[in-house]
Design a protein around this ligand. Structure first.
Ligand code: FCB
Length: 511
């Protein structure tokens, strides 16, 4: 760390400490000193279009609980959390927020915060307990009631068909590296569109397809915990095929359907101003940000590899480019933080990298793999959230404008964006989470700037409505606008939730 970085980090830490005790208002005092911070005037004047859709995002396994009720089958996350040593604190999502039973209350809370769009996911093993065959009508009924409740509350139901809870029975048949799963997934997608497509018009097949493949099959941090780069390549190809097959199945079953995505993305900046690092950052962008987007929009894979994609290892067959092609009606992606990328073509492949619970790479020991040959790190120039991610509001602007430009100004939805802070109730039962408010003010100001510069963003979904099960981190990270007491299931709206409610009502950030 050089002297400048040291000074910046100390100031950031001081700002964080002050914010912890007081409120976000203090943050503006530091705006000039904290690396990456946005000026207060940009927050005050941030314009959002009329009818902009404010919402939050949730996921079945993280919220629902009821892991074995009403005929639901076992998922790979049930298996993983029931295996000792996998999740921090040894906890599971067996109950989580018990949303399977408390959904009406949670939807009423979202309504009280003036929300207009609710991104949620459907648990595949609730619908098809072993991943194939006739639907379990109790599962369909649950989501049907859920969607009705959203519509009654004036919210747009936004459905992710798969947020990581694969039926264990399909993993037992080889999991995502098994190409057959693209057909299984299309059947499942068709069932959803047939039974719910009269009311749901906004569909996305996968939450974070890269993470599904990489975290599950190459890094081994998530179920099924494999560590084979070849399995990762095969899984990625099956997921891209499944994305397109599901697109066709949904459109065939529901004429009103629109089809998009929920990709994870992080803007990538070259570490050095060199050709090698610039090329490495471009490979990162191709692999981690637009791999599946390019497949859908153009029926091909982007230049993510040094040289040609390893087609054979991926299980790519002649004619697959036609199968992959399924242009999206709108493009959805998440923003949490950024990456600094350097060339690793001369380094040894050490494998993996250290990932946080949000699948964000904290650092990677060497080149990530023998094909993409880059090293991606999360910088710590800006302050960190309590969940350990760098706060870099400007990344939102850079990412949105880049995707806009590269894909000819598509309609964009921000599918997730948020920050982990552990603030709990004070002695009066209030939750003063000023740091979360400040995080959103700055990131949203940067989103507004991208919109002013021409990006066609129509919705923002904050992650998340209420504190929930945070994957391998268990209950040790809190991302919600609503505090969940996991012992009593009591919900308390945090200061940030009240603030976001006012933002949604006024379209302004200085509220
Ligand atoms: C994202 C996941 C989401 C949640 C947030 C914090 O990577 O999509 O389920 O865990 O991170």
């Amino acid at each position: 760390m050089n002297r400048r970085q040291f000074a910046v980090r100390s100031l950031a830490a001081a700002a964080g400490a002050v914010l912890h005790r007081n409120s976000y208002a203090d943050a503006s005092r530091f705006a000039d000193q904290v690396s990456g911070a946005v000026r207060e005037s940009s927050v005050r004047d941030a314009p959002f279009p009329e009818h902009f859709l404010w919402g939050t995002a949730t996921a079945s396994y993280q919220n629902e609980g009821a892991w074995n009720e009403d005929g639901k089958g076992e998922s790979i996350w049930d298996r993983f959390t029931h295996t000792p040593g996998k999740v921090r604190g040894g906890v599971t999502g067996d109950v989580a927020c018990d949303q399977y039973h408390l959904y009406k209350q949670d939807i009423a809370l979202a309504k009280s915060l003036n929300q207009k769009s609710q991104r949620f996911s459907i648990s595949w093993p609730r619908i098809q307990p072993v991943g194939t065959g006739a639907p379990n009508m109790k599962g369909i009924d649950f989501y049907s009631r859920f969607v009705d409740a959203l519509l009654e509350a004036g919210m747009r139901p936004w459905c992710t068909m798969y947020h990581w809870d694969l039926p264990q029975a399909l993993e037992d048949r080889g999991g995502w590296p098994n190409r057959d799963l693209s057909k299984n997934f299309a059947d499942y997608a068709g069932i959803l569109a047939k039974h719910l497509g009269d009311r749901i018009t906004v569909w996305a097949p996968f939450n974070m397809p890269w993470a599904i493949a990489f975290m599950g099959y190459a890094a081994g941090a998530f179920p099924p915990c494999r560590t084979s780069f070849n399995d990762f390549l095969k899984a990625a190809h099956t997921l891209a095929l499944a994305q397109a097959e599901a697109h066709r199945a949904v459109k065939a079953a529901s004429p009103k359907a629109t089809f998009g995505s929920a990709y994870e993305m992080a803007p990538a900046y070259p570490k050095m101003d060199s050709d090698d690092d610039r090329a490495a950052a471009a490979r990162y962008h191709a692999m981690n940000n637009v791999f599946f987007l390019e497949a859908a929009m153009h029926g091909r894979y982007p230049k993510a590899f040094v040289g040609e994609p390893p087609y054979e290892l991926m299980g790519f067959k002649a004619g697959d480019e036609k199968l992959l092609y399924a242009p999206l009606d709108w493009v959805g992606f998440h923003y949490y933080t950024r990456r600094i990328v350097s060339d690793a073509s001369k380094e040894q492949f050490l494998g993996g990298g250290k990932f946080s619970g949000t699948e964000i790479e904290n650092n990677s020991p060497g080149g990530r793999d023998p094909y993409t040959r880059f090293r991606a790190a999360m910088p710590t120039e800006g302050p960190l959230t309590e969940a350990g991610l760098e706060i870099w509001p400007r990344g939102m602007y850079d990412l949105v404008t880049q995707i806009s430009k590269e894909y000819n100004h598509p309609v964009i939805e921000i599918t997730e964006s948020g920050c982990g802070y552990l603030d709990g109730p004070d002695e009066n039962g209030r939750i003063p989470d000023g740091r979360r408010i400040q995080w959103y003010r700055e990131v949203l100001a940067e989103l507004a700037r991208a919109i002013s510069d021409g990006a066609r963003v129509r919705a923002f979904h904050a992650w998340t409505l209420l504190d929930n099960f945070q994957w391998a981190e268990g209950y040790t990270e809190r991302y919600g606008f609503i505090y969940t007491d996991f012992r009593s299931q009591k919900r308390t709206i945090k200061d940030s939730g009240h603030w976001y409610g006012r933002v949604a009502a006024s379209n302004r950030l200085d509220v």
